[in-house]
Ligand binder design. Structure first.
Ligand code: GDD
Ligand code: MN
Length: 372
């Protein structure tokens, strides 16, 4: 059986056309497909409950009236554990997602062609509603770009997907923030075979979109967490290096500024280190390691500054050794400088990652847990 999970909030007018669209899609093949529709409703109080009761005479449909932990993603996640079918489909209620794609999605899951099938607007044969303005399209593309490295699909924003129930990640691994539950499941589930079937995305006729600005901001947080999850230390190192580069600019600016006030260049050099280090420490605390323990600021700052001082010694020592003892680097001193910077930064990063920004218990736990 196929469980079709539909998150809803005030979609009463769409429930009947949705049920009919699904019914005709499921009967379209040579053999009808067995299914159930789970309406995961956030206590809409718009007559949805009565409407589903009426529809259930002719359709395999039931409604779950949710009163806690509201939101699109939590509703879908609850649906995963309510579902009885071997395959799960998630789709919107507003008729944007064509049910006619479901049989093909299920076929690919059942014959093992794919482990995760996405209804996609941006593969060949797929399309968006004609009414889409250029502005809306640009918006969609801009939101899609930063999600591309996380998966191999062309439409990571899509909310229409099918997956085997057995492959759904564990509840404690799924974070319910934001609108992008398909992206969440795709990244956390780490599927071997992911495929896309083309869909024509239709704009809703009844009711209105619930995608607010606050949801769009949550999307950025969601992306950051997924990057963290997927790339872990690599993501942290990347941010650490970006912060370090911005710190270099602070360093340089202070160094030049002090000299315009008549400070000698050696003294300016010795002073400019400190605002740069403090800048780096602050940004690493706020960004790179924002998910780590909030250790007392003064202790952490001192540890970070000490590590940076030693890091600088490593950097300089590497440069000195290479240019004095390795003939190759005597001819390519700029490369020796680069190697020195990398060694120094690697040293700093390692200390920061392991000791200065301490891991919280949950992070340690999730690292030791198998991914699936
Ligand atoms: N239970 C519940 N709780 N359902 C919700 C909530 C909520 O807080 N907010 C929205 N929904 C339901 C809606 O009732 C609808 O069935 C579905 O989630 C999608 O909501 P829309 O408001 O229609 O969203 P959209 O059209 O802006 O976004 C859709 O298209 C995007 C791609 O353009 C969604 O499918 C997104 O996931 C998708 O990325
Ligand atoms: Mn919609």
């Amino acid at each position: 059986m196929i469980s079709i999970i539909v998150p809803t909030y005030q979609e009463v007018k769409n429930l009947q056309p949705l049920s009919e669209m699904i019914q005709s899609a499921m009967q379209s093949g040579s053999e009808p497909l067995a299914y159930e529709i789970l309406i995961m409703d956030d206590h809409s109080q718009d007559g949805s409950i009565e409407q589903v009761a009426a529809l259930s005479e002719a359709h395999p449909i039931r409604i779950i009236d949710r009163t806690e932990d509201r939101g699109l993603s939590p509703a879908v996640i609850d649906g995963f554990y309510e579902a009885k079918g071997d395959c799960i489909v998630v789709m919107d209620a507003d008729l944007s997602h064509p049910a006619s794609a479901i049989p093909e999605m299920i076929r690919q899951l059942r014959n093992g062609e794919s482990d995760f099938v996405l209804g996609s607007r941006y593969v060949e044969g797929g399309s968006i509603d004609d009414s889409w303005t250029l502005w809306r399209y640009v918006n969609s593309v801009v939101a899609t770009l930063p999600a591309l490295p996380l998966t191999k699909v062309k439409d990571p924003m899509s909310g229409f997907f099918a997956v085997r129930r057995a492959d759904i990640p564990k509840r404690e691994d799924l974070s319910p923030i934001g609108y992008k539950i398909a992206l969440e499941v795709m990244v956390k589930g780490d599927f071997e075979k992911v495929s896309e079937v083309p869909i024509h995305f239709v704009d809703r006729i009844h009711g209105e979109s619930k995608l607010t600005l606050s949801e769009q901001l949550k999307y950025l947080r969601h992306l950051r967490r997924l990057y963290q999850y997927k790339f872990q230390t690599k993501a942290e190192f990347f941010q650490f290096a970006a912060v370090g580069s911005s710190g270099f600019i602070v360093d340089l600016a202070v160094y030049l500024l002090l000299q315009t006030f008549g400070v000698s260049h050696t003294v300016a050099r010795a002073i400019s280190f400190w605002p740069a280090v403090s800048w780096n420490w602050m940004l690493n605390r706020l960004i790179t390691f924002s998910h780590r323990e909030k250790t007392a600021k003064t202790t952490q700052w001192s540890a970070f500054a000490s590590s940076s001082l030693i890091g600088f010694a490593v950097n300089y020592g590497t440069y000195y050794t290479l240019t004095n003892f390795v003939p190759f680097f005597q001819e390519h001193m700029i490369l020796a400088l680069v190697v020195g910077v990398i060694m120094g930064m690697g040293f700093n990063f390692t200390l920061s990652n392991l000791f200065i920004f301490k891991k919280l218990r949950e992070e340690v736990d999730s690292e030791s847990r198998p991914k699936k």
